[in-house]
Each structure stands twice: as C-alpha cells, then as structure tokens.
Design a protein around this ligand. Structure first.
Ligand code: NAD
Length: 305
C-alpha cells in the first residue's frame, strides 16, 4: 500500500506556486485555475513571438443559452492570450448542407487556423457527421475521428481538450505513469476513451470502466490513479480509493444542497476522498479551467506547430 503522495514528486513544468498545495486532510489539491494560468501565460508568449496570427473560428447554430455563454467566455479568454476569435452564427433550424458548407469554407480559408463547433446542433443534423468534416489539422477540439485515430496510434494530433487536461493534471503531480495502475470511470468518445488511450500511451496499466462494470470499487481500490468522468455525483467515495492515489474528477453535476440551493459538484465525494487520496482535483476549479487552457493550447499548436 502506498503512503499518501509516496509515488510522486512535482513535475518541474508545474513547480510551485503553479500547483497550489493545500492541506485538506491528507490530499494535496491539484488546482486547475492555477495550472490553467501557467498554460495561458506560456501560450500568450508563444503567440506574441509567433510567425503568424493565431485564429479560432467557432460556429454557433441557433441561440442556445449555454452555448451563447460559452462562446462569450471563449471570446474573452482567446483575446486575453492574443487569439483572434471569430464567431460564425447560423440561424436556428439550419440544415446539414448549410452547416457543412460553413465548415468546408473555413477548412479552405488559409487565414483560419482553428475551427470548432458549438453544440447542440439542430436535432435533425448528424453532429458526428459534421464534426468529421472539420479539417483534422484545424480540429482543436479533437472531434474528427482522424484525430482520435492518431491519438490511438501515438502520432502527432489534436487531442480532445478534456482528456488532455485530465492527463496534464496527473502529470503535474510528478506521478510516474509508466507502470502505474490507472482506472478510468466512464468511456465516452470525448472523455473516457481518449483518457484511457493517453494513459496507455504513457505505458500505464489501464482499466476502462462503464455503468455496466460490476464491483467498480474492486478496481479503483487497486489504482494509483483514478480518473472519473461518469456524470454521477457522489460516485467515488473514500472506501473506493487507495491511500495516496491521484484522483481526477472530470464530472460536472448540478445538484440541490440540503437548503435547496443549486451547486456544482463532480463525481467524487470530495471531503471524504480527500482524507485518503494523495492528490485530488476540486469541482469547480479543477479539470474545467484546465480544459479551457488545453483548447487555447491546441489552437496555438494548430497555427504555430
Ligand atoms: P457520457 O454520458 O457521454 O458518458 C458517461 C460514461 O460514464 C459512460 O461511459 C457510462 O457508461 C459511464 N457511467 C455512468 N454511470 C456510471 C457508473 N455508475 N459507474 C461507472 N461508469 C458509469 O458523459 P461525458 O460526456 O463523458 O461526460 C462525463 C462527465 O464529465 C459529465 O459530468 C460531464 O458534464 C463532464 N464533463 C466535464 C468536462 C470538463 O471540462 N470538466 C468536459 C466534458 C464532460
């Protein structure tokens, strides 16, 4: 059995104060806001000294409120690091041809270095079919199957941002992934599967689990690293975690607390697991802000290499 934090030393890329260590029982906090800030600073420097403008073109179909909010935040975050953000609005009810046509136009425009699609698309439009049209070299959310394939083969590619964020956060602790036992809870195309593949690429021993996995706790209790992306509040409790393990909580769930107030929590029972884990990400303030930073990094990589 590992002592808390025994496997780990801090990755020099994220030397203090980039990862803030706080004493929450035994676990140290992996602070997504602080890590994200480090990434954004380095991106701003790269863009300022780069040999071409970095631009992100986003398509928003209709007037979904969450997508609107996300786009507005994205614009601010992009401008702060020097990325030229252009939002392409398409009216609600647009069909496949119109949306596909816009993607293809952006693919061929040499001034456009990155393309992303805000979801949801209209119900009768096949989202995956549209995503697979995005030029893989501009696909900064890593949603084109070509990019997922390249992740599997270990080739240079644009990796889905949340998966990248989860693995960067593990690495920020200094954990040696080679030979580590990792359990990934959740196996969606956009989070769970790419996380599992990235961990495999790092030569970890990886178990991918899903809602049909019996006796989940038997797997997690043996894991040096647990990444959870299930969307189930309170799923991971202290009795499921090996002392000293790294616990990365990707889940974002809205719940009502005992006083009837809405709040955001992850999949991990945070206070409880903090007493056992070596490192833990909070929600909010964990994987979320680091995901935003990874989108900016992918966008910069797409333009500057
Ligand atoms: P999804 O619904 O597509 O997939 C959920 C996965 O979890 C499935 O594979 C399912 O089988 C598995 N699962 C569900 N219940 C389980 C259980 N009890 N035990 C084991 N596995 C179980 O969801 P998604 O899009 O991958 O998102 C997962 C969570 O991550 C959601 O809460 C989502 O809001 C969040 N998310 C966060 C970010 C971020 O930036 N932090 C980004 C994307 C998604």
């Amino acid at each position: 059995m590992l002592a808390a934090g025994a496997l780990f030393c801090l990755d020099p890329r994220y030397a203090p104060p980039m990862v803030e260590s706080e004493s929450i029982s035994s676990a140290r906090l992996i602070d997504g806001r602080a890590l994200g800030k480090v990434v954004r600073t380095s991106i701003a420097e790269r863009i300022a000294s780069g040999n071409r403008p970095v631009r992100l073109d986003a398509i928003l179909v209709g007037d979904d409120r969450s997508a609107e909010l996300y786009a507005a935040n994205q614009q601010k975050t992009c401008h702060a690091v020097g990325i030229d953000y252009r939002l392409h609005r398409i009216q609600a009810g647009a069909g496949y041809d119109e949306i596909a046509g816009r993607v293809l136009l952006l693919n061929t425009d040499e001034d456009v270095t990155a393309v992303m699609l805000h979801l949801p698309l209209p119900a009768d439009v096949d989202t995956e079919r549209i995503q697979s049209l995005i030029d893989p070299s501009k696909d900064v959310e890593g949603v084109n199957p070509a990019n997922i394939g390249n992740v599997v083969y270990g080739r240079r590619s644009l990796v889905p941002c949340t998966a990248l964020a989860a693995v960067e956060m593990i690495e920020s602790t200094g954990v040696t992934l080679k030979g580590a036992n990792c359990v990934v809870i959740g196996a969606s195309n956009i989070v769970g599967k790419p996380v599992a593949v990235l961990l495999m690429r790092a030569q970890a021993t990886v178990i991918s689990t899903n809602k049909f996995t019996p006796k989940l706790a038997e797997f997690t209790r043996a894991a040096d690293v647990v990444v959870t992306a299930a969307g189930v509040p309170g799923l991971v409790t202290s009795d499921m975690v090996k002392p000293g393990a790294v616990v990365i909580d990707v889940g974002i769930n809205r719940i009502l607390d005992s006083e009837g107030n809405a709040r955001t929590v992850g999949d991990v029972s945070f206070d409880d697991v903090s007493s056992v884990a070596g490192w833990i990400t909070p929600v909010p303030g964990g994987v979320g802000p680091m995901t935003v930073a990874m989108l900016l990094r992918n966008t910069t990589d797409a333009a500057l290499g």
